[in-house]
Design a protein around this ligand. Sequence first.
Ligand SMILES: Cc1ncc(COP(=O)(O)O)c(C=O)c1O
Length: 391
Amino acid sequence: MLYLFLEYAYMKHVYLDNAATTQVHPNVIAKMQDALGTYGNPSSTHSFGRTAKTAIESARKTIAKYINAQPSEIIFTSGGTEADNMIIRCAVRDLGVKTIITSRIEHHAVLHTVEELEQKAAIQLLYVDLDVYGNPDLAHLETLLQKDDSKKLVSLMHVNNEIGNKIDLEEITFLSKKYGALVHSDTVQSLGHYNWDVKAFPIDFLAAAAHKFHGPKGIGFAFIRKNSGLSCMISGGSQERGLRAGTESFHNIVGLEEAFIHAYENLEAEKKYVEELKSYFIAQVKSTIPNAKFNGHSGDMDKSTYTLVNVCLPITEDKAMLLLFNLDMKGIACSKGSACQSGSDAGSHVLTQILSAEDMKKPSVRFSFSTYNTKEDIDYTIGVIKDIIEA
Ligand SMILES: Cc1ncc(COP(=O)(O)O)c(C=O)c1O
């Protein structure tokens, strides 16, 4: 027993689940530790409160600067889920939205919200057709936008968290605007990884989460374009310009700011490094596991995010059941992205939309990368997968 414990403690550990969450950067931890000493309530008018308030407003300015927004357009939330919920629910409640156009491969933060609005708020819910890779069909989107005169909200994610597809959000926004629709994008896998300029095209709403770019969990923000007409989802005090009540999570906001600075000051270098890792992973899979398939556009460096791949592995059903367990036993952390791997699991709502029935029987796994990974991590992972296949 002790031997097993020691073996696990000393074996190689490889974290390839960065789309789920990322390691917090040491500078972020240092800033947050400092911030915990600032205990004044930002709403208090005395010096303790003013110190916290000033730091929060400075964080808002920093974040706004990197995406070319105005500070008042950044609203801190508890993360991506809250930002998505706030935007969609308030657009229906405050802006007269009667129709939501989305896709069946959105994150559940969007899908479950719009489904509830369809049932409880009599919203017309329309799904845009997807091609075989999972990309929205823009001709069909235009047909949906033309369907009737109702006020519409288009909600399509920039980068898909399971298969990594990156859509042309600018084109989609301009098309939607032609028909007077509002546009929201779940940019949780995109903000912090790509350059953004919200003045370059008229997108209305974005959502971000700090833990996807080496920041803390439980903090994110909504970008809400000026004069949008949204009012609060969480009511109470007048924090966040009355849009999101509750005493601000000061240390988390400071951590988010530091993570955002790190992400954008090092974006090109880190992107290049992670891109090379992903290319290397793809090349190793192709040469070592020839029958593996890349799901969606994840094997295409131009059409998907550089941070993840989703691979359908040629593994027999008996081995598939224990695949993630066996990878975990070898110290490898990654995410399952397919149905039929455990009896109690409903399977991936994303892969269900794009894979054949035959491929749905095989295990699909998402491997997602960060600057903390190395080529050795990838060699080790591919070697372990090969051993599992050949065992
Ligand atoms: C695309 C996408 N949207 C929303 C979320 C939810 O973000 P949070 O965990 O910050 O609530 C996630 C997190 O997995 C995500 O990947």
